[in-house]
Write a protein that binds this ligand. Structure first.
Ligand code: SF4
Ligand code: ZN
Ligand code: ZN
Length: 311
């Protein structure tokens, strides 16, 4: 198997593009896909300051690597969730990447430790407030990313969601016709209020397999294990189903998700977006000042419940 572009020996075959690439041409392909995502979704420019959400996994570290190599000003935030057996090794991988590749580009890593700042690890907090771990985690991560972006004046927050993640999420939303979530599935969401960072997903054109290959070929040392809390999640089932379809018919995932984005971009498809509706209802949380649609934001409510459960 030879590289479709330069004809030397290929290291990866991409059936959905009917192509095979050597390492250099594959890196070029990955950077091109990210450049297309940034341009077509008007994500950011070289003047913007970007905060990448890193977890220690392949997608987020690959994203940080790609953005730095493409010449963007990208720092990162890692949230240590305090999950025994997972958070420590993932933290080590992030710091190792930050001290080598990122430091060589002059980029900074910010770290937020849930056990220190919220007073307990994510599992204990979830038990205290009687909520599922992942929903507690989501509230805390969203809050801390928004806070870090405001405090350090970042224009954009970037996450490592890939094509598999987005197609699986879309399948879940479509199966239950959750229209309110469909509206928020764009790879580029504007800042909800003035001073807030916009949210982007520059890897939405690349699959999980392509990102794993990018990480391996570029010697990015990432944590292979998923967060143990993800076990049994419905998204994993949707990913499996989509992988079966993809094997039978290469290109299914991109046709599904990109087709949705095409329809969504038509003006008549969404006269008033959820983001616009949310924006109209937003005001500062009376406890912490961050924007919320209710009196007290969900993070402050969660922390108040955790505090009273402890005392
Ligand atoms: S699987 Fe759940 S607990 Fe783990 S990082 Fe994801 S949302 Fe957080
Ligand atoms: Zn080549
Ligand atoms: Zn608040």
């Amino acid at each position: 198997m030879n590289c479709t572009k330069c004809k030397i020996k290929a290291v990866i075959k991409l059936p959905r593009h009917n192509a095979a690439f050597c390492k250099d041409c594959f890196n070029g392909f990955v950077h091109d896909q990210v450049a297309k995502a940034i341009k077509s979704q008007k994500m950011f420019s070289k003047d913007n300051r970007i905060l990448v959400a890193v977890s220690g996994g392949k997608d987020s570290l690959a994203l940080w690597d790609i953005l730095l190599k493409m010449g963007y000003k990208a720092d990162a935030l890692y949230v240590n969730l305090g999950i025994g057996g997972y958070s420590k090794p993932s933290h080590i991988k992030v710091v190792r990447f930050a001290e080598t590749v990122a430091a060589a580009h002059g980029a900074t890593l910010h770290v937020h430790t849930v056990e220190l700042d919220e007073g307990a690890g994510i599992r204990e907090l979830a038990m205290l407030v009687h909520r599922p771990t992942c929903s507690t985690c989501g509230t805390i991560k969203r809050y801390q990313f928004n806070r870090a972006a405001i405090e350090h004046k970042y224009d954009v927050m970037a996450t490592g969601h890939n094509l598999d993640d987005e197609a699986a999420r879309l399948l879940g939303n479509v199966l239950r016709w959750q229209e309110e979530y469909l509206d928020k599935q764009a790879p580029s969401l504007p800042a909800s209020v003035e001073g807030f960072a916009k949210k982007v997903k520059p890897l939405y054109r690349l699959t999980e397999r392509e990102l794993a290959a990018y990480a391996v070929l570029n010697r990015i040392d990432y944590i292979v294990e998923e967060c143990p809390m993800a076990k049994g999640a419905r998204t994993l089932l949707y990913k499996e189903v989509l992988n079966r379809l993809e094997t039978e018919s290469p290109g299914t995932k991109q046709a599904f998700y990109w087709g949705f984005l095409d329809k969504q971009s038509k003006p008549e498809a969404s006269p008033t977006t959820m983001a616009e509706k949310d924006q109209a209802a937003l005001h500062p949380c009376s406890a912490c000042g961050q924007p919320t649609t209710v009196e007290i934001c969900s993070y402050c409510k969660l922390m108040a419940r955790a505090g009273s459960a402890k005392s």
